[in-house]
Design a protein around this ligand. Sequence first.
Ligand code: CTP
Length: 406
Amino acid sequence: MSNLSALQGKHIVLGITGGIAAYKSATLLRLFIKAGAEVQVVMTPSAKEFITPVTLSALSQKPVVSEFFTANTGEWHSHVDLGLWADCMVIAPATASTIGKMANGVADNMLVTTYLSAKSQVFVAPAMDLDMMAHPSTTRNIESLKSYGNIIIEPQSGFLASGLTGKGRMEEPENIVEVVADFFASRSDSSLAGKKVLVTAGPTYEKIDPVRFIGNYSSGKMGFALAEECAARGAEVTLVAGPVALTTHHPSIRRIDVESAREMLDACTASFPDAEIAIMCAAVADYRPEQMTDKKIKREHTEVPTLRLVKNPDIAATLGKAKRPGQVLVGFALETDNEVANAVEKLERKNLDYIVLNSMRVAGAGFGTDTNAVSIISPQGTVKDVPLMSKDRVAGEIITAITQKN
Ligand code: CTP
């Protein structure tokens, strides 16, 4: 279902920087206007080398802003006013240079000053050559933008202007418009207002000794995206997080940090009675060492140690047993074979209402990535296949699917 109508009457600042993909910004602008949005274009000086302000002002029916002053009249362009006017800012294409300036507050042009003044949601659609995209400085700068709460619209892999093939191609304008429309649609969606939601996220660490543990590669990104999505729809969210390097943004998220499966279980059993919806997204360690030594196990003077493991509690199954009528319990499954059949078996065994099957087959899905592809399954069968997209958007699809009947 398209949410394009959510763009009606919205004020969008479209930031355009100097990259080949700037030619696509005209299409992007056209699509925003067609959906009923009002668009103010802000260009960096070098963007004008790639697309003319005349094209953009004709399409937006507004003069394009690029300099701090209009040279012949001395009129000052207020980035503060623009920042306040905007319901959102979309920077597409965003070059490595502009991303670096945004990440570090280098306010030497109208686009970056407007960005720093913007009070609303900012979307950033990077576009650059694959090696620039893969450089640690770009990665670090993009991580900084995410930590400021900006939404990164991931570039796609494909044929690049340089003639090379790889990740760095700006997302297609149609998809950028959809991401922005989904954002406004979910913001105006208060379907979870007054509801309490419990989400688990990340791995658990099971101590072997004071400096070693058993863990896994879960980044927590999917669970955090689900928590943000529920909060955006009006819910009061309790997010029980294993050890992850992530931050939350929405004020309605209460975060409880835990380390082990048993700590996660305690936090969950305390919150579950009040929750209308519980989503078990954590990658809980199935086993823990039978004993934790309080002194570091030394390499010298010891035999090679044998690690005896014992089973951890199954948090999802424990909540499944305690579930009251009306409570919705959602689990995740990562399967390598007989995916759907195994997921359905897991759903039944743990008394879940839905299970979200992570695809192991799709590149870019699963642990650590910013994207995911899943199937949402109910006891009646597959509810929805969600193709590869950002974990933020996957979160939206999951919440829509599991709340349809509530
Ligand atoms: N889960 C849990 N507590 C555990 C293990 C899993 O709450 N100790 C939850 C996960 O958060 C997920 C679901 O159960 O929502 C399925 O997790 P998964 O690891 O796929 O299932 P397991 O029961 O561990 O089965 P297996 O590893 O044998 O596939």
